[in-house]
Design a protein around this ligand. Structure first.
Ligand SMILES: O=C(O)CCC(=O)C(=O)O
Length: 226
């Protein structure tokens, strides 16, 4: 796929149609890009692989250290899975719900993450963790930094499937102004290097039905955690 860098999309999320997913790369930070439609060619492999992962490690709603139940349901695959409970945020080798190791990262997931990182200028990305987030309408993710990883050298690769979302991409303080970036089925956001610790979040998902995934948005967040 050939990518050209364009200025960020400012489409109305509430318009009737999704924009044409012509492959293009939009720069949203010095080392941050949205790769429009980048995951679409791999969907036929991604969706059955996701189903298999979820059979072994079903979605569940986790509790934050502050005692709040997250509106987003989570699962993971890869060597390390991100978890949260009353004792804190961390990565574990075992799924706390089943006691089993997290399911292996499917090859299609790994290939997608590596190719997207490369497209954004990060070579040799070898993720050991894929957090799988499931948003139903109303679910959101508050602004946060990804800081539970052993090093911040590797980028974050974040894949959107299903219902659209409004991604917030901020600065290095929670109070910094945020850009609002509409994300659609198949889009991939990559941020790293000088942008690795930028605050980011997702505004509440609007009601809707996605033709392939129904009433939900699925996000894969790939990281080097260990
Ligand atoms: O759902 C998204 O697009 C972002 C997910 C995220 O920020 C996270 O899992 O840390």
């Amino acid at each position: 796929m050939r990518y050209e860098t364009m200025s960020p999309t400012t489409l109305d999320l509430f318009a009737d149609d999704e924009p044409q997913q012509t492959p293009r790369r939009e720069q949203i930070g010095e080392q941050s890009y949205v790769l429009r439609g980048f995951a679409l060619p791999l969907l036929d492999r991604l969706l059955p692989a996701l189903e298999a992962v979820l059979l072994a490690a079903p979605f569940r709603q986790m509790v934050t250290p502050g005692g709040f139940t997250m509106s987003v349901a989570l699962s993971s695959c890869g060597t390390l899975g991100w978890t949260t409970d009353r004792s804190g945020y961390r990565y574990t080798r075992h799924d706390p719900q089943t006691g089993q190791p997290w399911p292996a990262m499917p090859p299609a997931f790994f290939e997608l993450a590596q190719a997207a990182a490369r497209e954004a200028g990060f070579t040799d990305f070898v993720p050991d963790s894929c957090l799988i987030n499931r948003y139903i309408p109303g679910a959101k993710m508050s602004l946060h930094q990804d800081k539970n990883e052993g090093s911040y050298a590797a980028p974050i690769v974040s894949v959107s499937l299903g219902l659209p979302a409004m991604f917030q991409f901020g600065g290095f303080e929670r109070s910094d102004k945020t850009q609002r970036v509409p994300l659609f089925h198949g889009d991939v956001v990559v941020w790293g290097g000088v942008d690795r610790l930028r605050y980011h979040g997702v505004l509440p998902i609007k009601d809707g039905q996605h033709p392939q995934l129904g009433e939900q948005r699925i996000n894969f967040t790939f990281r080097v955690a260990g």
